[in-house]
Design a protein around this ligand. Structure first.
Ligand SMILES: Nc1ncnc2c1ncn2[C@@H]1O[C@H](COP(=O)(O)OP(=O)(O)OP(=O)(O)O)[C@@H](O)[C@H]1O
Ligand SMILES: O=C(O)c1ccc[n+]([C@@H]2O[C@H](COP(=O)([O-])O)[C@@H](O)[C@H]2O)c1
Length: 215
């Protein structure tokens, strides 16, 4: 089973890293592949460049063999559409290998506005991770997919290449990249929200600070 976990990672933090390990363990895989977006299709500018976000992930996962950095979206450049990434992976992995995309409920809530979203389920399974405070809106397509496709067992993901939706409820850390950027902008500490090597790099690069004169 090949598991990918996409995100903006602006910056990567302990919430992402713990969630990746929890999901990897729940699915019984030895690796979870982190796929940072080059340009997230649905957001404004990122605070850190794509290369800086890659480097922070490298620092965060150094020495952790269960977490792997997949740089394909940054190398592809342009807007990063998940459907493109999954098509590329499907070609590489062949038609039989189970392919899983992990996504939090906050991001999955807008799934029916993702490019080629109907094709995504033909390419991969989706594991939806329930984030506290981020439910799936009543009557939304995302909510319907969870209800209609929801599968009970990891076994079903293993036995099929794509097309199942599974909801997981692992213990999560209440950390967001927005909270980290806001703390820095407000002159507060972000220590212990992200690995020390990432925290130090953010300091060195002076990321996420307000432009001079506005701080
Ligand atoms: N603390 C967390 N625990 C579990 N999953 C998380 C956590 N933070 C983010 N995620 C999930 O990680 C993926 C990538 O998220 P993203 O890079 O946007 O991080 P974020 O912290 O939500 O950032 P932002 O605050 O900028 O939106 C999404 O699927 C999101 O649901
Ligand atoms: O492909 C799309 O249209 C699309 C739209 C919104 C989000 N996504 C993906 O969802 C993942 C989480 O997004 P985000 O904004 O929480 O970082 C990330 O891998 C994005 O590329 C993808």
């Amino acid at each position: 089973m090949h598991v990918i976990y996409g995100g903006t990672f602006d910056p990567v933090h302990h919430g992402h890293l713990r969630m990746a390990l929890e999901v990897g363990e729940a699915l019984g895989v030895s690796q979870v592949n982190l796929v940072p977006s080059h340009i997230p299709p649905h957001r404004g500018d990122t605070g850190a460049s794509a290369q800086q976000r890659l480097e922070m992930i490298r620092l965060a996962i150094a020495g952790e063999s269960r977490l792997v950095l997949d740089e394909r979206e940054v190398r592809r450049e342009g807007a990063s559409y998940t459907a493109d990434t999954l098509r590329q992976l499907r070609q590489e992995l062949g038609s039989e290998m189970p392919l899983v995309m992990v996504v939090g409920t906050d991001a999955f809530a807008s799934f029916d506005r993702w490019r080629d979203w109907q094709q995504i389920l033909q390419l991969a399974h989706i594991v939806v991770v329930q984030r506290p405070g981020a439910g799936l809106p009543e009557g939304s397509e995302a909510g319907r997919l969870v209800r209609d496709y929801q599968t009970a067992s990891v076994r079903e993901l293993q036995d099929n290449p794509a097309g199942r939706v599974m909801v997981l409820n692992p213990p999560l850390l209440d950390i967001s990249a927005t909270g980290i950027r806001e703390r820095i902008a407000g002159g507060r500490s972000i220590r212990y929200l992200t690995p020390d090597a990432v925290w130090q790099r953010i300091e060195t690069w002076a990321l996420y600070r307000p432009p001079a004169g506005q701080g």
